[in-house]
Each structure stands twice: as C-alpha cells, then as structure tokens.
Design a protein around this ligand. Structure first.
Ligand code: IPE
Ligand code: IPE
Ligand code: MG
Length: 246
C-alpha cells in the first residue's frame, strides 16, 4: 500500500514547510557541476507542489535561497538566480492549472531586478488561485525576519501607533512575513542534515520535524506523503500530558 493510500485526509497538516537540501551533493555523486543539481531540483519542486495540491495541503513553504546562500561562489549564485527566473516563468502555467497561488517571503528587494519582477508578475497572475498557497522563501533567514519585525514594531511604538504594553505573540506575528499563514505543523528537511539553518524559527516552535536522507532532486510526492503519514502517527502534546489530550 502506498503512503498516498495510507494518509488520513481528515488529519492533514494545513501547512508543510520544506528545506530543499542536497542539490550539490546529488550532482557531485553524478560527477556533475552543482548547478546540474539545482536544475534537477526543479522537477522535485513541481512534483511536491502537485502532490501537496492533490491531497489537499493548503500551504506549502519551500526554502529556496537563504540570506547566507549569497556568500556562495558568484557563479552558483548567478546560476541560481537565472534558474529562478526561468522556473517562475515556465511554471506559472502549472501553477494556474493546479489553482496554486504563488507567494514569497524574504528580503525580496535584494534579488536581481529581473527575478524580482518575474516573481511579482507570477504572484499577481496567481493571486486569486485558492487550492494551495505556495510560498518561496527567497533571500530569507529567520533572524533577518525577526529583526525586521522588531524594527517595524519599534518604529510603530515610537510613532504612537501601538503601545508597548500591547506587544504580544499575536501582534508580533502580524509583523512577520508569514502573517497570513498558519504556523507549519510539519517541517521536512532532505539530505540527512539535522538542522534548521535559520528557517522559520518563530513559526516552527511546535512543528513536528521530519528528516530524510533523500537528496532533494530525488524527492517525489510519495516521499512527501511518507513524511505526512509519519507526522500523522505522532502525538502532539503542546506541553500537556498524554492523558490530558484524550
Ligand atoms: C539546496 O541544495 C539548494 C540551495 C541551498 C540553494 P544545496 O545547494 O545546499 O546542496 P548541498 O547541501 O550542498 O548538497
Ligand atoms: C538551507 O540549506 C537553505 C536552503 C535550502 C535554501 P543550506 O545548504 O544553505 O544549509 P546549511 O549550510 O547546510 O546549513
Ligand atoms: Mg545544502
């Protein structure tokens, strides 16, 4: 029986976040350049998005480029940005066909102009799609996001728009770039690394973490279903005792 068939569709996470890792190692295993891995990673993105839409996941967030990734060799950064432009361009039709809305979080202004424009166009085009919200974390890091929120809150406090006493979790969240998304219940990282790498630190506070040794270009929807099935077998206690939950 496939994991797809084993899924309990009444107990799906509303938001799955993924760290797509291992493109470089995948390419190296094949004696190719790292960029070859990134190109093949796009196929995995398409399959994961379609798979998520197929079973009824409402929000999928993919870590595509971190703030720290800017420090990679220039050749790789340039290739990644070009791949981003061409992928967004090519995949907009797939997004439309699957009723997927494209969203992005991160320091988008730091992206090359062409990337930024392509992204804005695709987001505008898909804005009224309702089946799945696909969020790309681009030039994103969680510490950047939290600091950014803090600065905005400080400015609004100074100008009298908000009172310091009113700062609570709900208000803080409204200043994060994920303000219109529920917190992810499940976070998946590929490539066997067991770390968060500056991803959604606030939002993942109570997420279930799932790690797979598969390298991202080999990841397919059935792997996503396996992760969701694994998530569905867990007991989420949120600080309570097991007895309190029943
Ligand atoms: C993930 O794969 C993609 C990005 C970070 C852009 P990597 O490029 O990190 O591949 P590895 O981890 O070096 O194998
Ligand atoms: C995290 O992967 C960022 C993305 C997947 C975009 P990295 O490969 O950059 O993370 P580290 O360096 O292994 O922590
Ligand atoms: Mg990596």
């Amino acid at each position: 029986m496939s994991f797809r068939e084993k899924l309990n569709l009444d107990k799906l996470p509303k938001h799955v976040a993924i760290i797509m890792d291992g493109n470089g190692r995948w390419a190296k295993e094949k004696g190719k350049m790292r960029v070859f891995g990134h190109k093949n990673g796009v196929l995995a993105v398409r399959d994961a998005v379609e798979g998520a839409a197929e079973v009824g996941i409402e929000n999928l967030t993919l870590y595509a480029f971190s703030t720290e990734n800017w420090n990679r060799p220039k050749l790789e950064v340039t290739a990644l940005m070009e791949l981003l432009v061409s992928t967004i361009n090519k995949e907009t039709k797939t997004l439309m066909d699957n009723n997927v809305r494209l969203n992005a979080i991160g320091d988008l202004r730091s992206l090359p102009t062409r990337c930024y424009k392509e992204l804005q166009e695709a987001m505008a085009k898909t804005a009224s799609n309702t089946r799945l919200t696909l969020t790309l974390a681009l030039s994103y890091s969680s510490r950047w996001e939290i600091l950014n929120a803090t600065k905005l809150i400080a400015a609004d406090t100074a100008s009298g728009k908000i009172n310091a006493e009113d700062i609570n979790e709900k208000l803080f969240e409204s200043y994060l770039s994920t303000h219109n998304l529920p917190d992810p219940e499940l976070m998946v990282r590929t490539s066997g690394e067991h770390r968060i790498s500056n991803y959604l630190l606030w939002q993942l506070a109570y997420a279930e973490l799932y790690f797979t040794p598969k390298l991202w270009p080999d990841f397919r929807r059935e792997d996503l279903f396996e992760a969701i099935y694994n998530y569905q077998q867990r007991e989420r206690r949120f600080g309570l005792t097991s007895e309190q939950l029943t």
